[in-house]
Design a protein around this ligand. Structure first.
Ligand code: SAM
Length: 245
């Protein structure tokens, strides 16, 4: 495992064993278990898997991979998978989950300073990560993701959607609950120049997913409405940008 070494003066959200609540590595995965959470995860995964495309013969990087929820799903399909994260504890969990998967590596590093050569990955993803940081930091991190992606490669970014639930839910949370949802012009700003946005789609109808999971055969196909242009901006809780360099 590559080591992050001395902690530089960069924005970091600490996750470690024994931390409070959501940041406790030992219990982090618990919130993603159970039927409602699994329904929600499947809806999100269908949205981003399509944007990632086939991984056959490709090198993929998961930035802020955490406990490896994305990597575990994607690594077996790729030629080589790399996860990087600031938390050694999180990477320890990922390493255990990947122990029987061939061809992977983990780097203990900051997303603002990726320890990889330019143009080294076919696919770069970041899931459930960017909304933790200020816009300036997100912009720095995405600039690094663009640098390490090969020309013609694919980058898939997940943001929290500030306009989800027809604008009502997302904006309420943004202004009254301090949840860092991203507005369309903020996403454009952090994505920056030197790339092209190929597709944007959102996923997971807010609130009602807690009921929808009871009838996935009916509601799972319905969720795809949030892939449609314009509706993609105002429906789903999470919003995915597929970018090419
Ligand atoms: C909410 S978790 C997301 C993990 C994973 N992507 C997922 O979907 O479950 C956020 C992760 O970001 C990592 N992190 C926080 N600050 C970071 C930074 N500046 N650079 C890289 N990783 C960072 C944390 O250690 C944690 O594992």
């Amino acid at each position: 495992m590559v080591d992050v070494g001395e902690k530089p003066n960069l924005e970091v959200v600490d996750y470690e064993v024994g931390a409070e609540g959501y940041r406790d590595v030992a219990t982090y995965d618990h919130r993603y278990t159970g039927a409602p959470a699994e329904y929600r995860q499947t809806v999100m995964s269908r949205a981003y898997r399509d944007l990632i495309g086939s991984l056959k013969g490709k090198r993929i990087l998961d930035v802020g991979c955490g406990s490896g929820r994305g990597l575990v799903e994607l690594a077996p399909e790729s030629k080589f998978a790399v996860g990087c994260d600031a938390s050694k504890d999180m990477l320890g969990v990922t390493a255990r989950k990947l122990s029987t998967t061939p061809s992977w590596s983990l780097a203990n590093s900051y997303a603002q300073q990726l320890p990889f050569a330019s143009n080294s990955f076919d696919v770069v993803i970041t899931l459930n990560f960017l909304h933790l940081f200020s816009l300036e930091t997100q912009r720095e991190m995405i600039a690094e993701m663009k640098r390490v992606t090969k020309p013609g490669g694919t980058i898939v970014l997940e943001f929290d959607n500030a306009l989800n639930g027809l604008g009502v839910v997302g904006l309420f949370k943004r202004f009254f609950r301090d949840e860092r949802g991203t507005l369309p012009w903020e996403a454009r700003y952090v994505i920056g120049d030197g790339c092209r946005i190929v597709k944007v789609r959102s996923a997971v109808f807010p609130i009602v997913w807690r009921v929808f999971y009871k009838a996935p055969s009916i509601f799972m196909p319905l969720e795809k409405i949030s892939y449609t242009p314009l509706l993609n901006r105002i429906l789903g809780h999470r919003i995915y940008y597929q970018i090419t360099k």
